[in-house]
Every structure is written in structure tokens, then in C-alpha cells.
Design a protein around this ligand. Structure first.
Ligand code: AP5
Length: 215
């Protein structure tokens, strides 16, 4: 089975949703977005710094982001496989990851890219709701909770993310095109890239990716 995985895709392509499903394969989910949001909720210095970028849709500086991923990847629980969601997002981050995965002898097995057109991305982001407590993602039409406004998993209240507004989304999409999309060529050249159509719906996508990873 492929164990050390990068999940890529534009904002709203479904990285977080798929990652949370793939945890069932025994992989550790490492989401830089979730790590930053946790730090923001806790009011730490990292959280204050991250919030000053995230609220407007900008990227958190590379040195900060690389630092938190390096620390997380070196932990023992990653030795059986990890799923990087939202990292790397820039060329310096991809180069730093190359270096650190060699240092800890955990080379990347595959880069899964989720394809999704822009109209659908906007529809997904504008309809997304997340649990305030555990971060589980929902959607007002694609993935409704059993009880409106309440998380199925932990019973927490469902809210809209602060960066899920029209202006921030525009900036996030620009960063994706300028900074992150070029990484698809970077990984294609290394023979690691595998594209999946995320328009097939979340359950079909999960089945397709699981079958591929288990090969
Ligand atoms: P992050 O949290 O990583 O946000 P993002 O990349 O913008 O991605 P999203 O979380 O918005 O979308 P997703 O692809 O996970 O979609 P989801 O599964 O929720 O990062 C947030 C911010 O942190 C960044 O903007 C940046 O500022 C900072 N940051 C993070 N990493 C960084 C880094 N490496 N460097 C610098 N800064 C960094 O799905 C969206 C909706 O669609 C949901 O409602 C879901 O129910 C629905 N849906 C999902 N999949 C499907 C499907 N297959 N079919 C139908 N509906 C679906």
C-alpha cells in the first residue's frame, strides 16, 4: 500500500473531506490549515501570526509553515504513513519536504491531485459549514448533518469558516494558480502525480482513491 501521500487541489476541491475518509486506512492526517486554525482558536503566538495571513486568503510564510510540518512529520505516529493535506503549497515548501522526507527516511509515494472546475469550487466553498469543535466539514446540499446546525461526530455547532467569503476566496484561488498549481509539474516530472476527478462525488472518489492506494 502507498503510505506517504500528498493531497493537492484548489481550495474546496475536497482535500479535507477525502483525508478524513482516508484516516480509516490507518494514515495520519496532517493538515496545515487545521493546525493553523487550532492555533488561532487557542490564541497562541503562531495562531495570531497565521490569522493575520489566513483572514485575507494569503499564504502563511514558508519558514513558519515548513517548521510546523517538520516537527509534526518527525513524530513516531507518522512512521506507518501520513497524508499531507494543504502542504506543500509553494516551491520552497516542496523542496524543503524533499529534504526532510529524506532525513527521516519517509519518501513520498504518491501525490494525489483532485481536479475540480472553478464554478464548483465556489459552490462548495460558499456552501461549506464546519464543526466549530472538531473541524469536520459539511455542505448545505452535498453533505448535510443529521440534525441541522449540529456536527454528527461530536455534537458541536456548525459554522462558516472566516476565510470562506467571496474576497478571501478570490485571493486563495489566485495563490493556488500562482504558487501551488506549478507544483503539479514538479511532481509530474518525478513520476509521482496521480490525478482524480473530484466531481464524481465524495463516496465514489473515496472508493477510487482507496483502491488505488491499496494497489
Ligand atoms: P486549508 O484549510 O488547507 O484550505 P484550502 O486549501 O483553501 O482548502 P479548503 O479547506 O478550503 O478546501 P478542501 O479542499 O479541504 O475542501 P473540503 O474537503 O473542505 O488552508 C487554509 C489557509 O491556511 C490557507 O488559505 C492559507 O492561508 C493557510 N495555509 C494552509 N496551508 C498552508 C501552507 N502550506 N502554506 C502557507 N499557508 C497555508 O470541501 C469543500 C466543500 O465541498 C465541503 O463543504 C464538502 O462537503 C464539499 N465536498 C468535498 N468533496 C466533495 C466531493 N467530492 N463532491 C461534492 N462535494 C464535496
Amino acid at each position: 500500500m502507498k503510505k506517504n501521500i500528498i493531497l493537492m487541489g484548489a481550495p474546496g476541491a475536497g482535500k479535507g473531506t477525502l483525508a478524513k475518509q482516508l484516516i480509516s486506512l490507518g494514515l495520519i492526517h496532517i493538515s496545515t490549515g487545521d493546525m493553523f486554525r487550532e492555533a488561532i482558536n487557542e490564541g497562541t503566538e503562531l495562531g495570531k501570526l497565521a490569522n493575520s495571513y489566513i483572514k485575507d486568503g494569503n499564504l502563511v510564510p514558508d519558514d513558519v509553515t515548513i517548521g510546523i510540518v517538520r516537527e509534526r512529520l518527525s513524530k513516531d505516529d507518522c512512521k506507518n504513513g501520513f497524508l499531507l493535506d494543504g502542504f506543500p503549497r509553494t516551491l520552497p515548501q516542496a523542496e524543503a519536504l524533499e529534504k526532510m522526507s529524506k532525513e527521516i527516511s519517509r519518501p513520498i509515494d504518491v501525490v494525489i491531485n483532485l481536479d475540480c472546475d472553478e464554478e464548483e469550487l465556489v459552490r462548495r466553498i460558499s456552501g461549506r459549514r464546519v464543526c466549530k469543535n472538531c473541524g469536520a466539514p459539511y455542505h448545505i446540499t452535498n453533505k448535510k448533518p443529521l440534525v441541522e446546525g449540529i456536527c454528527d461526530i461530536c455534537g458541536g455547532p456548525l459554522i462558516q469558516r472566516k476565510d470562506d467569503n467571496e474576497e478571501s476566496l478570490k485571493v486563495r484561488l489566485q495563490h493556488y494558480v500562482q504558487d501551488t498549481k506549478p507544483l503539479l509539474d514538479f511532481y509530474q516530472d518525478k513520476g509521482l502525480l496521480q490525478n482524480f476527478d473530484s466531481l464524481v462525488g465524495m463516496n465514489v472518489l473515496f472508493d477510487e482513491v482507496s483502491v488505488f492506494l491499496k494497489k
